[in-house]
Design a protein. Sequence first.
Length: 81
Amino acid sequence: MKTSYSAILRGDTLTWIDNPPQTTLGAIEVRVVLVQSEPSAPHPIDFLDGIAARGGIADIPDPAAWQREQRTDRPIAGREG
């Protein structure tokens, strides 16, 4: 009977995700299956780097006016009028 246990391999160290197997059995055979991870979402610092690359807020002559403009209510679809 085969039983599987999940672990993460970092370098030469296994970190068990679930309860580890009983080691009273002696040696345990380990097989590695490479799982392709989902592409990660951009890190928030990437957005900040993009803003900085465009000149940051120095390009905004009146930051308070810009903020008011960004916060204005926009029409909701189907509720115009």
